[in-house]
Design a protein around this ligand. Structure first.
Ligand code: EPU
Length: 353
């Protein structure tokens, strides 16, 4: 172990400008729930080319990627190396009169990419404004909001595969994207480090305004320009979702459940006002977990330092000093209550470690 440590330190010294290493690190500021777990080591890298050497040195150690820490709940200390991508370059790789293809390094803040697109008149991800997290994490859970998902713009994902020592680029059609799902949460989970994502954006307007209050908010700003849509979405999000800098949270803690139409119709008898989202998949419908938790009377409820957010019941919050274990215990109670009230099981969306 000691030998390994000195080797690793030497490596980090040699690549001091591109790799930064932190031993026995407090993770409080690196997870949006702000739970105070620690990791044995965390390595930040800027350039993908550093990864083969880095993994050679860390070969037998436990590792995982920690990106922006916005969709993770640590319930214990991590006895291994966390790898955080920091490269932020955006490179135009192809362009014609209708579209632009750009390759973006995994460490760029997602919302900086949205801003970059809006400033250049590029359409596709404006509805995904203000989603916290980095570009490399976007394909993992196929982030989505207001009728758009990251998969709609993603063309390919490039990653390093430590087991083979090779880089691999996977076309979007092989990423198995679904609602908050992808191959990166399934068979490639824990096996790859995403280094860049390639997107295709449109030059012609193609506003998607059909979800909730979006059209009203956009029209109130004078119509469907890119900057009006971005501003409307940012305002809607700010009015409902807590700022992680102020109140620890990881966005939606639960997924919206997909159920058979028959199940939804039975519930609709007792709750005619219940929102339903028909899916392309035949005979299936998505329910709104936020509505179910709210209707179960839990919105704004609290148990010690953990609670349900008072403006969006899908979000659990750390009012200050909660441990990951306390958050999980509270989440279980919410799940049980929803099951008791509606007979519906809700799954967590956040990664629990
Ligand atoms: N609702 C309530 N009470 C609540 C919350 C919601 O009655 O406390 C109702 C709303 O009135 C609406 C329905 O439930 O009729 C759906 O609510 P909302 O439009 O706020 O969306 P959501 O289904 O709760 C999903 C995403 C969000 C995304 C929004 C907008 C998931 C798990 N969550 O939430 O994503 O911003 O749609 O598109 O799919 C995230 O993933 O972290 C996230 C915030």
């Amino acid at each position: 172990m000691i030998a390994l440590f000195s080797k690793v330190t030497e490596l980090f010294f040699n690549f001091a400008t591109m790799i930064r290493v932190f031993e026995n690190i407090d993770l409080r500021e690196r997870n949006s729930f702000h739970v105070a777990q620690r990791a044995m080591r965390l390595v930040e890298f800027d350039k993908a080319e550093e990864l083969p050497t880095l993994f050679e040195e860390l070969c037998s150690e436990r590792w995982m990627v920690l990106s922006g820490g916005n969709n993770i709940l640590f319930t214990r200390d991590y006895d291994g190396t966390l790898i955080t991508p920091c490269g932020c370059d955006i490179r135009v790789v192809a362009e014609n009169e209708h579209e632009v293809e750009v390759e973006v390094e995994a460490g760029l803040e997602w919302d900086d990419l949205v801003q970059w697109c809006v400033e250049r008149g590029l359409w596709g991800i404006e509805n995904l404004s203000l989603i916290p997290g980095k570009v490399g994490a976007a394909p993992v859970q196929n982030i989505g909001a207001y009728g758009v998902e990251a998969k709609d713009a993603i063309r390919a994902v490039t990653m390093y595969v430590p087991e083979s020592g090779k880089f691999l680029t996977l076309a979007a059609e092989h990423c198995d994207f679904g609602y908050r799902e992808s191959v990166f949460k399934q068979s490639l989970r824990g096996k790859v480090v995403i280094t860049s994502v390639t997107f295709r954006f449109g030059k012609e307007p193609r506003p998607i305004l059909g979800y909730g209050d979006v059209i009203r908010e956009v029209e109130a700003r004078g119509g469907a320009t890119l900057s009006n849509i971005r501003e409307a979405i940012c305002d809607i999000r700010r009015s409902k979702l807590p700022d992680t800098a102020v109140l620890g949270n990881a966005g939606s803690f639960f997924k919206n459940p997909v159920v058979d139409v028959a199940v939804a119709e039975r519930l609709r008898v007792d709750y005619p006002e219940m929102p339903l989202y028909p899916l392309a998949e035949q005979g299936k419908v998505k329910l709104a977990t936020g509505w179910l938790i709210d209707k179960a009377g839990l919105k704004g409820s609290r148990d010690g330092a953990v609670g349900v957010h008072e403006r969006q019941a899908l979000v659990l919050v750390n009012h200050g000093g909660a441990t990951g274990g306390e958050v999980i215990a509270f989440a279980r109670k919410v799940q049980e209550r929803v099951k008791e009230c509606f007979g519906i099981e809700i799954d967590t969306e956040v990664n629990i470690l």
